[in-house]
Design a protein around this ligand. Sequence first.
Ligand code: ZN
Length: 142
Amino acid sequence: MVVHTDLNLLSVLQYAVEVLEVQHIIVCGHYDCGGVKAAMSNHNLGIINKWLRNIKDVHRFHRQEVDAIADEGARINRMVELNVQEQVMNLAKTSIIQKSWKHKNQPHIHGWVYDLHDGIVKSVFEMPAGTHIDPLYEFDNL
Ligand SMILES: [Zn+2]
């Protein structure tokens, strides 16, 4: 799932964490993703531009590493992994997750990437409950 400050998504997250008390959240991307490929191009794709812009932001955060990869397919696949990582971190930036980590020591957040060619799911980024994040994003009144 793509996580940004989307209100519908935050209400789903809140319900899952506070009411259902889920112990694990999985953010799963997939290699060879057309969305990531589109976000790395300069084509105007109309109504999905805003969604692709979030992926462009991930590219900007990791520009040096990503742009140093010569092969286009490998570059896209690394971006898929980094996008999953950023979405896991975006979850950890929410007060919903931080509050639950503090009071219930759950959920654990897993970042996975699925490879449609061999069916293998690879773990690329893990945030166990209670992981320390950049203090810039830590709430002090939960
Ligand atoms: Zn895709």
